[in-house]
Design a protein. Structure first.
Length: 182
């Protein structure tokens, strides 16, 4: 009985080394993706832009990632990383999204929402107006943020690729020197 419990306990234990290795492998796959750094950066920008207007749509905007990645020939893994990065920065940017949305959504639309729905509770109408501001502001801020973040991500990935090429070149030179010495 005790032996069976030990075997069961070993199966439950989480192996951090293999998880770390798996993440490292996926990271390297992302850096060496076909299409180069621009494809990965496009995916990152798409994921970040979509995240900025996901909250008011109750998560349905996340379904836009797949068609956008396909249409723009971007990297899906990069888009998912951008989407997760957007979750980290969403709260501070939500205030900016709301302000931009308040500026861009015309006043007649807001008044129309109030007058078209007299049977709806006031709190629900206020929630819809606020969500509309967040949605419109999030689309604008997300598009701008996606465009801005594209360039640093491309440069970072190109820097990493160039550094890797340089290391390989130096290693090859060292091997040639060692072969000549023998």
């Amino acid at each position: 009985m005790q032996r069976a419990q030990k075997v069961k306990a070993n199966k439950i234990r989480f192996d951090w080394k293999s998880t770390k290795r798996w993440f490292r492998y996926k990271y390297l796959m992302l850096l060496r993706a076909k299409g180069g750094p621009s494809k990965v950066a496009r995916g990152f920008s798409i994921g970040l832009a979509v995240e900025m207007f996901t909250l008011p749509t109750a998560g349905l905007a996340a379904l836009l990632i797949l068609p956008l990645v396909y249409l723009m020939r971007a990297n899906l893994a990069g888009a998912l990383i951008g989407f997760l990065f957007g979750k980290l920065i969403y709260i501070p940017l939500a205030f900016l999204n709301k302000q931009v949305g308040e500026i861009l959504v015309p006043k007649p639309v807001k008044y129309y929402l109030i007058h078209i729905s007299p049977h709806l509770p006031h709190l629900l109408v206020k929630f819809i107006r606020s969500s509309l501001d967040l949605l419109v502001g999030g689309m604008v801020v997300g598009a701008v943020l996606g465009l801005i973040m594209y360039f640093p991500v491309v440069l970072l990935l190109q820097y990493h690729a160039n550094r890797r090429k340089e290391k390989r070149r130096l290693r090859k030179e060292q091997l040639l020197i060692l072969d000549k010495a023998k």
